[in-house]
Write a protein that binds this ligand. Structure first.
Ligand code: PMP
Length: 717
């Protein structure tokens, strides 16, 4: 605390002009710029001018070197950042260190930057921290009361706050810091920072953009979020209460536009901002007692700081945190379920399981509920490479930060994805046409439109209990969801086994080669080949719907139709394609599309946008790198064997798409709910809803399979 306790230097303007001339050879009048513990003067030489800084005798020369080197580092790494650079070498005068800096033009602060200036200010700040993150200096570990790492030391200054109510308010801020921030301080990203990028330490141009950054006197190694909180506190000062949080969020956006926050930083930001205001009022109360003659300068920020401290206190720390963008505490499950039905109405399908699953997080094969329980996901195929896989997550985030647009512009991910998908298809299919869309339903809808136009026919063939999607045309091809009495005349249904039936003239047969919604069957390849032949004889196209069974689900091959050795005319992809990011595809041949009058007029705004394409590319990469197709085959084969040993019902399927047929729907429902209570998620399927549906992310391993089998084994019960 020595620098704060030492009396600042007391040179007059004339003396300072003399010092500038003697040490740096610059002649001009000296104008006091005001400073807390140093003296800072503008030396106006009638030309560019310069800024002379005479340091407090208590200042450690190593710290001055830290400032000097930090500025030099920034100037090297990001030369466009308008830091005031040192001129000449530091000198001494009468025991004081004296430095000359370039003069930056602009006006000081004011507290009403408009929104775009707030955003730009915070973005500049982030740039500075980016430039400083590779900087090291042994003096950066110095102890500075302004550094929020030392917030708890403010307690010793509380007595200086005369007003009881205010003293208690600051004590509450410090207590909250003690309880919430101190235990997590070491989790915050730290580096050397400016330490006081407040509006008083920057010069602004006529549009209020940062044109000069001065005074590295508080430079130290500390939490980056604390450094941002200091700037944010300054940006919020003097704002009307109704505008504080809106402006704060814009500042957060500005900083994040260059340097995204980590979750813990956002969680603690409000407490850090409050700690900054607490430091301002506590330190100033204490200093005013020592230097009453400097009271006006020392207290210049106090009123605004008190106003915001009082506002924060009135709102309560959780509201303040949420106002700054921190995640809100979880809504209780029952309340959430009620709000869900109130807001969503009756259109959407109901929640799964008697005891609803309220999820907050996923990782690999695990889902975490709001109560903190871990659930083994043996049901969801969309997160094919595991929930929140870092490769996919990062691909999405990086691409989102860089560019997201639509397919009428040229960008690489879409083209690369189309090429990669085509390369996975068997050459004999002759596929050369890819259309990216947003859902399996949309993919099938496009396929259906192509098929009706290309064939001139209107009929369709699907399996008895098939599901292909939700659009008007495709709902008609999805008997699984047909309401009572709904029997579209153009649709012929065939049994899931015995596919070799004679067909009427049709536009298309749609087949999920794993017959998932029919109850999970592995059809004999020759039957499916016969169905393809019959489809062609009936004038139709054969559409392999890989939305469910594709992406290595059944092991052995990426695509289930390829496993069966058939050659479809159209392939549709979806669900796992982006590991949860909406992306789907239609793949076919030019000669098919040429007969479609809407060819060249088909477009889907989000279809294959750069982010969707980046997600889909990442999924393909992970499937390759983690050898998930082989993995699914091996783990699935072992799982099927173990399930058969249980002798609880007919076990079917292949890879990690497994069905266990139980006696009836009631039993299957009870088993599904029993497993859910045991922390394992499965589903059921089939026309009688009596087939357990096991369809986990492909990263499901033997260990997970064993957990599932043990839970299903009711013999020991
Ligand atoms: N086809 C199949 C085989 C499916 O399983 C599904 C979804 N369950 C769809 C199409 C429809 O996909 P989406 O829900 O993405 O529209």
């Amino acid at each position: 605390m020595s620098v704060l306790e030492t009396r600042p230097p007391q040179f007059t303007a004339d003396e300072v002009a003399g010092i500038a001339a003697e040490l740096f050879g610059i002649e001009g009048t000296a104008v006091d710029l005001g400073s807390e513990r140093d003296q800072t003067f503008l030396i106006d030489d009638g030309a560019g001018g310069a800024v002379l800084k005479i340091s407090n005798t208590g200042e450690d020369p190593a710290v001055l070197d830290l400032e000097h080197e930090a500025i030099a580092h920034i100037a090297r790494v990001d030369p466009e950042l308008p830091v005031a650079r040192p001129l000449g070498e530091p000198a001494t005068f009468g025991g004081h260190h004296v430095r000359l800096f370039e003069r930056r033009h602009g006006h000081v602060g004011g507290n009403r930057l408009d929104d775009s200036a707030v955003f730009a200010y915070a973005a500049t700040h982030a740039r500075m921290n980016l430039a400083l993150r590779s900087f090291f200096h042994p003096a950066a570990g110095r102890e500075l009361l302004w550094d929020m790492a030392h917030t708890l030391k403010l307690r010793s200054l509380l007595d200086a706050i005369g007003d009881t109510h205010r003293r208690e308010l600051v004590a509450r801020v410090i207590d909250r810091f003690d309880a919430r921030v101190a235990p997590r301080w070491a989790q915050l990203r730290a580096q050397v920072v400016h330490g006081d990028l407040s509006l008083d330490n920057v010069l602004l141009d006529e549009r209020d953009r940062v044109a000069g950054i001065v005074d590295f006197g508080d430079c130290s190694y500390t939490a980056q979020a604390a450094d941002f909180a200091i700037a944010l506190a300054s940006l919020l000062r003097g704002r009307p209460a109704g505008d504080v949080f809106r402006v704060a969020r814009i500042a957060v956006d500005g900083y994040a536009s260059r340097l995204p926050f980590e979750p813990v930083e956002l969680e603690l930001l409000a407490d850090l901002v409050a700690a900054r205001f607490a430091a301002i009022v506590a330190i100033s109360s204490w200093r005013v007692r020592r230097y009453p003659e400097n009271a006006a300068y020392i207290q210049s920020w106090d009123d605004d700081s008190w106003a915001l401290l009082e506002l924060f206190d009135e709102l309560g720390p959780d509201t303040v945190a949420a106002g700054l963008g921190a995640p809100r505490p979880a809504v209780p499950t029952r309340e959430l379920a009620q709000r869900r039905s109130a807001a969503l109405g009756a259109l959407l399908t109901p929640l799964t399981y008697a005891e609803p699953v309220h999820l907050v997080r996923g990782e690999g094969v695990w889902l975490y509920d709001a109560a903190g329980n871990r659930l083994l996901d043996a049901y969801n195929n969309v997160p094919v490479v595991g929930h929140c896989h870092p490769r996919v997550t990062e691909a999405v985030v990086r691409q989102t930060r860089t560019l997201n647009t639509h397919a009428r512009y040229l960008y690489e991910p879409l083209v690369e994805l189309a090429e990669r998908l085509l390369a996975t298809m068997p050459p004999e299919a002759g596929f050369d046409t890819v259309m990216l869309v947003n859902s399996g339903s949309e993919a099938n809808d496009v396929a259906w439109r192509i098929a009706t136009a290309a064939t001139g026919n209107g009929g369709a063939v699907v399996t008895e209990h098939a599901y292909h999607g939700v659009t008007d045309a495709i709902a008609a091809l999805s008997p699984e969801e047909w309401p009572d009495g709904f029997r579209p005349e153009h649709v012929t249904r065939i049994p899931p086994l015995g596919l070799d039936a004679k067909l009427p003239a049709i536009a298309a047969t749609f087949l999920d080669c794993a017959l998932t919604s029919d109850g999970i069957f592995t059809p004999p390849p020759e039957e499916v080949a016969a169905l393809v032949r019959r489809t062609h004889e009936a004038g139709g196209l054969f559409v392999a719907d890989e939305v469910q069974a594709g992406y290595g689900r059944i092991g052995g091959q990426l695509w289930s139709f390829a496993q069966l050795g058939i050659t479809p005319d159209v392939v549709t992809l979806g669900k796992p394609m982006g590991n949860g990011y909406p992306v789907a595809a239609v793949i076919t041949r030019r000669d098919v599309v040429e007969r479609f009058p809407f060819a060249g007029r088909t477009f889907s705004t989000f279809g294959g946008n750069p982010v969707a394409a980046a997600a889909a590319l990442a999924v393909l990469d992970v499937i390759d790198d983690e050898r998930l197709v082989e993995h699914a085959g091996a783990v699935g084969a072992r799982l099927i064997d173990r399930l058969r040993e249980l002798e609880i019902g007919d076990v079917r399927g292949s890879g990690l798409l497994v069905g266990v047929e139980l006696a009836d729907a009631a039993l299957a429902g009870a088993v599904v709910d029993r497993l859910r209570s045991a922390g394992i998620l499965i589903g059921r399927t089939g026309p009688r809803e009596n087939v357990l549906k096991i369809r986990p992310p492909l990263v499901f391993s033997d260990e997970h399979a064993d957990m599932l089998v043990r839970a299903l084994d009711d013999r020991g019960r």
